[in-house]
Design a binder for this molecule. Structure first.
Ligand code: NAD
Ligand code: TYD
Length: 359
């Protein structure tokens, strides 16, 4: 039975990954989730699995060398899936240092501890040990509107403190693979959406604001393009890369689902209108009149678009959830989890929202 060490498993993608893995493997795997529980980490995301015998939660910071080394010493770890990171571009523009700390130094600690635990005296590594570093397409920079895609061979050109810190972490993983032959993979994925996403990110923010009749802030001209992937498809890709991918390789993961931000907002509004029952008082609040153009994000990347050819050809992964279906499933989840939303939008979130948005 394999033991997975998942970092950042209380966040958006990490918690979806843990749910996916238990659905797929049941009692056939063990998961240890290490998370510092920053504002983005929420134990409520894992309520359904917390009583499982084959699940353990450890509250620890990935920058804490002793704590991470202890976890490796006390457990026979077979797989590391490294999600933990500061993940929001707007926050990185306001406070870049924590991004360097967690994303770069934290990744260095994870690599070093895994290497120390898995390396044999002759410098080779124990059999069937694997580290997967979860990264983003934002490391490749910004594409023009009129075409072009990110391939695994596209040179890195990060433009925000977030993407620069993720690029730094990717480079460290590459350096470990090149220097020590450390058994790892990197995945660079496009924008995710789905259940448990914190409402500082575009899609849950728009759903939440629209249902509350609050303004819908659109940065700049609203024509920036992102390539949206349903989060469960990402979780599946991570598992497939770790089990079927070639070691030392990078795989781009994307949905071939490019949309302008303004299109996303209009689709959410239409879908909310379709899904809300006639007698629901929120139906009257959901309206395009809420759309409010605001000052653009500093250094706003224009377009991201992934070419997922390599992962499809080598591993057979393809996105399964069409956007129309994925957005309905996401909205249904937010309808059914009003309490979750109420908890995460109280306290610190309120303060963040007031500082960030003047609309
Ligand atoms: P998130 O912000 O929702 O979750 C991050 C998690 O990491 C939280 O649970 C947080 O508590 C934890 N964490 C933060 N700092 C930590 C530290 N120092 N020690 C331990 N835990 C810490 O992020 P997400 O959207 O789930 O993203 C997860 C990973 O996927 C990140 O590495 C991100 O760069 C990458 N990624 C995200 C997207 C996306 O669209 N969200 C797309 C591609 C790649
Ligand atoms: P976001 O969800 O923050 O993801 P990322 O910046 O990592 O792609 O933003 C997605 C897009 O939506 C991005 O172009 C910025 C834009 N955006 C808005 O227009 N308004 C908002 O309030 C937010 C949060 C994002």
């Amino acid at each position: 039975m394999k033991t997975y060490l998942v970092t950042g498993g209380a966040g958006f993608i990490g918690s979806n990954y843990i749910h996916y893995m238990f659905k797929k493997y049941g009692d056939g795997i063990r998961i240890i989730n290490v998370d510092a529980l920053t504002y983005a980490g929420n134990p409520e995301n894992l309520k359904e699995v917390e009583d499982r015998e084959n699940y353990t939660f450890i509250k620890a910071d990935i920058c804490d060398k002793e704590a991470i080394a202890r976890i490796f010493a006390e457990n026979e770890i077979d797989r590391v899936v490294h999600f933990a990171a500061e993940s929001h571009v707007d926050r990185s523009i306001r406070n870049p240092e924590i991004f360097v700390q967690t994303n770069v130094l934290g990744t260095a600690v994870m690599l070093n501890c895994a290497k120390a635990a898995w390396e044999l005296p002759d410098g080779s590594f124990r059999e069937d040990k694997k580290f997967l570093h979860v990264s983003t397409d934002e490391v490749y920079g910004s594409l023009e509107e009129d075409g072009g895609y990110f391939y695994e061979t596209t040179p890195y050109a990060p433009r925000s403190p977030y993407s620069a810190s993720k690029a730094g972490s990717d480079m460290l993983v590459k350096a470990y693979m090149d220097t020590y032959h450390f058994p790892a993979n990197i995945t660079n994925c496009s924008n995710n959406y789905g259940p448990y996403q914190f409402p500082e990110k575009l899609i849950p923010l728009i759903i939440h604001n629209a249902l509350n009749g609050k303004k819908l802030p659109v940065y700049g001209d609203g024509k920036n393009v992102r390539d949206w992937l349903y989060v469960e498809d990402h979780a599946k890709a991570i598992d497939m890369v770790q089990e079927k991918g070639r070691l030392f390789e990078t795989y781009n993961v994307g949905g071939h689902n490019e949309k302008q931000n303004i299109e996303i907002i209009k689709i959410i509004l239409e879908t909310l209108q379709e899904m809300l029952p006639e007698n629901d008082p929120r139906k009257a609040l959901v309206s395009e009149d809420l759309i409010t153009y605001v000052e653009d994000r500093k250094g706003h990347d224009r377009r991201y678009a992934i070419a997922p050819d390599k992962i499809r050809e080598e591993i057979g992964w393809e996105p399964e959830t069409m956007f129309k279906e994925g957005i309905r499933r996401t909205i249904e989840w937010y309808f059914a989890h009003e309490e979750w939303m109420a908890h995460v939008t109280s306290g610190d979130y309120q303060k963040y929202y007031e500082e960030m948005y003047t609309v």
